[in-house]
Design a protein around this ligand. Structure first.
Ligand code: GUN
Length: 291
């Protein structure tokens, strides 16, 4: 049976490191501040946003959550971002994705000042990341790297197969893992919806990262014996036995795959906790850097 790689001890270690940095900022009269913008009422997004607010509260980070209706016009959203860009109390701005149509996500991201872009989604920060320049890293890929470090999973020289090419996880993850760095240095294969014979690729993975957003798509026969499996999926699926009739399910068929893998992250309780911890880290870093 696979070792279960829980996110909590890693997230707790990250947060413990942040507490002293937050205290040092307080000495200088600075409280890190995060603004979260939520447009519409996507249930998963509402839960993420609530969890982000709670994490801020736990650490003593100032937070504001702005909830805008789903039919908010682009100009209204832009004006809100401009206000937050100019607000000295706010060091980090996060616009929860996905945005309802017809809002243009790329235009919204570009409106955020790069120095307040704690998601690491602005093209300036993405470009810096690709070139290996120190910048805000997207929270989920950064959290996965942290988890690997904590559990002594060394990707250097290994074959990492990523399933999913989103701007939030797959693409930045592939990029970070192929960088020439002691915590990366992997050979990376990026699979996606047009990949032919997906299983032929996943079976070659020393480390398999599932970030496709498809419930339980990674089956036991797609995983090499002894592989490390990182499940990024957060899917809500029907479950008659559950109190509200649904449950959370990753992109990996957990019970079956854990018989084959050497180690596996659970859903919930795995990577998701890391995303929030890294957001807190980016917010503290933003506060440290801003005058
Ligand atoms: N939606 C899912 N993950 C994320 C994230 O890390 N940041 C933002 N802004 N939206 C998301």
């Amino acid at each position: 049976m696979a070792e279960i790689l829980y996110g909590k001890p890693v997230a707790d270690a990250v947060k413990a490191g942040l507490r002293s940095r937050i205290a040092a900022l307080k000495e200088k009269g600075i409280q890190p501040g995060l603004a979260v913008l939520l447009v519409g009422e996507d249930p998963a997004s509402c839960i993420y946003v609530r969890n982000k607010g709670r994490a801020c509260e736990e650490l003593g980070i100032y937070s504001e959550t702005l909830r805008l209706p789903g039919d908010t016009e682009a100009a209204v959203l832009s004006a809100k971002i401009d206000e937050l860009n100019a607000n000295k109390r706010i060091h980090g701005i996060l616009v929860q994705m996905p945005l309802p149509k017809p809002l243009n996500e790329q235009a919204v991201i570009r409106r955020i000042l790069p120095e307040k872009d704690v998601d690491g989604f602005h093209p300036f920060n993405v470009g810096s990341m690709v070139q290996g320049i120190n910048t805000f890293l997207p929270c989920t890929p950064a959290g996965i790297l942290k988890m690997m470090e904590y559990y002594d999973i060394r990707p250097a020289g290994k074959h990492v197969v990523i399933v999913g090419r989103s701007n939030i996880v797959g693409k930045p993850m592939a990029n970070l893992l192929c960088q020439k760095s002691p915590i990366a240095n992997a050979t990376v294969t990026l699979c996606h919806t047009a990949t032919e014979n997906l299983k032929s690729h996943t079976l070659q993975a020393d480390i398999l990262i599932a970030a496709a957003g498809v419930p339980a798509m990674i089956r036991e026969d797609m995983v090499r014996e002894g592989a490390v499996v990182i499940d990024v999926g957060v899917n809500r699926v029907p479950d008659a036995a559950a109190r509200n009739g649904t449950r959370l399910c990753g992109d990996v068929d957990f019970d079956a795959v854990s018989r084959r893998a050497a180690a596996i992250t659970p859903v919930p309780g795995g990577v998701g906790l890391m995303t929030i911890a890294m957001l807190m880290q980016n917010t503290v870093e933003a506060a440290e850097k801003q005058p």
